[in-house]
Design a protein around this ligand. Sequence first.
Ligand SMILES: Cc1cc2nc3c(=O)[nH]c(=O)nc-3n(C[C@H](O)[C@H](O)[C@H](O)COP(=O)(O)O)c2cc1C
Length: 165
Amino acid sequence: MADISNEAKFKEVMGNYPTGVTVVTTVNEEGIPLGLTVNSFASVSINPLLILWSIDKRVSSYEAFVHSEHFAVHVLAGDQSDICSLFAMKGTDRFANCEWKISESNLPIIAGAAGVLQCKTFKTVDAGDHMVLIGEVIDIQSSSKAPLLYHKRKFGPIPETFYLD
Ligand SMILES: Cc1cc2nc3c(=O)[nH]c(=O)nc-3n(C[C@H](O)[C@H](O)[C@H](O)COP(=O)(O)O)c2cc1C
């Protein structure tokens, strides 16, 4: 069991580490689309192209993701705060409330992302109360859209002043 004071300090340090925001999607065995908001996403390797993210074992779609052969990572755009909230909210029909379509690799692709990486599951690594999913990138959709940022439990677009010299 983690020391309570260390857990609080850990959360404080990690919460002060700004990230982008992604939504990761897949389909389950019945073909039902599943997805969640994720900020544990990171680049791993160039040759081959590998990325990782980690999923909390309590998430309702956990089993489906761990056994899925493919998943899609959407790097959310600055104007997609609503998608970030939608895919983190419990008890909502997430896919009834956003625009999406099925890709050739049978993955749900949400419209309007800054970038989309469709991945084949490369490896899963059991890590405490999370499972790390490593994906090999098999399809890349890129755009010039600026990303959504996450810091201290708030998210929003990059402020215009960020780019000023
Ligand atoms: C900005 C942000 C980042 C998140 N990152 C992760 C993550 O990396 N891994 C994870 O398992 N949950 C993450 N979550 C929480 C999940 O999105 C949330 O627990 C999940 O959508 C719950 O799904 P369920 O209702 O199907 O269980 C994050 C939530 C937010 C708002």
